[in-house]
Ligand binder design. Structure first.
Ligand code: BG6
Length: 491
């Protein structure tokens, strides 16, 4: 039996109101791997009411029974709970409906309208290509399916540059108000990412030293062991900069660097994140390194996975970023992300400055404290402290970790709750705090566009790095020349 009542530190989940949720692209990969398994887990946890209704909508001609079978197989494959709770599985499948729909024509829209009930929250999840966002939003308006309280959820990629993101925003806003639009960045739904806000704003301990006067530098790394095999065609048009930095890494940077919002409300939080994006300095070409993975094994190179022998797309990027405001002026943030690296690891490392003067007559130089926030795997926080080495024989110093894991937040399957579980329920509750606002997305692109355009203009090939390594040597050199080293992946 899957007991998912535990969410954070023993708090009980609170059921959300009844809702009608349509998933456009309901037979696609994201829906099968993430959206339906997350909904099912929330159902098992008692957060989704029995009166909820989930409507799949897709191009595929299929009847209700066929759709239920498709989702059942997806749940059995991607949700550990589905295999040991037949009763819940059958109940959940009973909430499903399916409508084949033609985004560009009229087929399906009247049927879809007929499925909605009055007086319950309506949410539309667009798990489809962004080129369809505008058309679907328009149909929801044309067929009077959307109401003033409806919510629309969209996935990345949200544009490929600032003009395309602006255009997507305009298309959505023709039918939906900004307060109704939920742009997902699944990193914001991760438990540890939210814990970063708790760590900073629910504890007074760090605030006095959370600035350039006391911190030497901050590293944000998102390293993956997987390559782009299977999605090379998409990735090759995007690259790590668009796929990872524009959204996930910049969001992590914002949460790490932002000022304390006056309240934990959607706009108060997002206003502070926006100020960080607006304060980002432009980057010198010498402060950014692009890489592409290579392997001696045939068929294991990036270019094989991308099916593009001449590809100039990066599967790795490392950069030094500065934020020009009172808190951070002069202090570097090092950001790094890549595919096919040595370890799967996402972490934020706050490296505090060394004590100004050592009173100890020891050969060992004093190190600054390090606060390591591990986002995944092994979620938790470590604070590296220097203490006296135990035993007689003088004052010898040694470094020890003060470790805290977030194991308490694990559910019974041994996994932290998936980001989508939290985010979809937030949509139903009408809480936009963990979703990106239009101006955040556009400002992030505005900062990135000149970087990407200058690469495209120079048409340079990224540096090669060995699959399973720590990234290109040039990325190591970039930080070494500042007298620092990357943490976490070894060299
Ligand atoms: C997605 C990117 O947004 O995030 C993928 O498109 C990447 O390329 C993934 O692999 C990483 O997410 P997570 O949750 O596995 O760290």
């Amino acid at each position: 039996m899957c007991n998912l009542e535990l969410f954070v530190m023993g708090a009980k989940t609170i059921p959300v109101l009844p809702f009608d949720l349509v998933v456009f692209g309901a037979t696609g990969d994201l829906a099968k791997r993430k959206i339906f398994p997350s909904l099912f887990k929330r159902f098992v946890a008692g957060q989704m009411p029995l009166e909820a209704r989930v409507i799949g909508a897709a191009r595929t001609e299929m009847d209700q029974a066929g759709f239920v079978e498709t989702i059942k197989s997806a749940l059995l494959e991607f949700s550990s709970c589905a295999n040991d709770d037949d009763e819940s599985l059958e109940q959940f499948l009973g909430l499903l409906n399916y409508v084949p729909i033609d985004v560009f024509g009229d087929a399906g829209w009247e049927t879809l309208r007929g499925l909605f009930r009055e007086g319950v929250v309506r949410a539309f999840y667009l798990s489809v290509a962004p080129s369809l966002f505008g058309d679907i939003a328009a149909k929801l308006g044309e067929y009077n399916i959307k109401t003033a309280e409806s919510r629309i959820i969209v996935e990345k990629p949200f544009g490929t540059d600032e003009p395309s993101a602006r255009e997507l925003n305009q298309k959505l806003r023709r039918n939906f108000d900004e307060k109704q639009i939920y742009r997902i960045d699944h990193y914001l739904g991760k438990e540890t990412v939210q814990n970063l806000m708790a760590l900073r704003f629910a504890n007074g301990l760090f605030e006095q030293s959370w600035n350039a006067q006391n911190i030497d530098h901050i590293q944000i790394s998102v390293s993956e062991t997987l390559g782009v095999d299977g999605r090379g065609e998409y990735f090759d048009k995007s690259g790590s900069m668009r796929d990872m930095v524009q959204n996930h890494l910049l969001q992590l940077l914002c949460l790490t660097a932002m000022e304390p919002p006056s309240r934990f409300t959607p706009d108060a939080v997002r206003d502070e994140k926006l100020k960080i994006l607006r304060a980002l300095d432009s980057i010198e070409p010498s402060d950014i390194v692009r890489g592409q993975y290579r392997s001696s094994e045939k068929g294991e190179n990036y270019v094989d996975h991308a099916r593009n022998p001449d590809s100039r797309t990066e599967s790795f990027v490392a950069m030094k970023v500065h934020i020009s405001n009172w808190r951070w002026s002069g202090m570097p943030f090092y950001l790094r992300t890549g595919k096919k690296l040595r370890k799967r690891l996402s972490e934020i490392v706050i490296s505090f400055k060394k004590p100004p003067h050592s009173i100890f007559s020891t050969d060992v130089p004093l190190n600054g404290n390090e606060l390591i926030i591990r986002l995944q795997p092994d979620e938790g926080i470590t604070l590296k402290m220097t203490i006296k080495e135990p035993g007689p024989g003088g004052m010898r110093l040694t470094e020890v970790p003060l470790d805290m894991t977030f194991a308490e937040a694990l559910d019974s399957s041994g996994m932290t709750p998936d980001a989508y579980e939290r985010l979809i329920m937030d949509v139903i509750r009408g809480d936009q705090t963990l979703f990106m606002r239009d101006d955040e997305v556009e400002t992030a692109w505005e900062w990135m566009d000149p970087i990407i355009s200058s690469w495209e203009a120079r048409s340079e090939k990224p540096f090669g790095y060995e699959s399973g390594g720590a990234g290109p040597t040039e990325a190591l050199m970039m930080i070494h020349k500042d007298g620092r080293r990357w943490r976490g992946l070894g060299e």
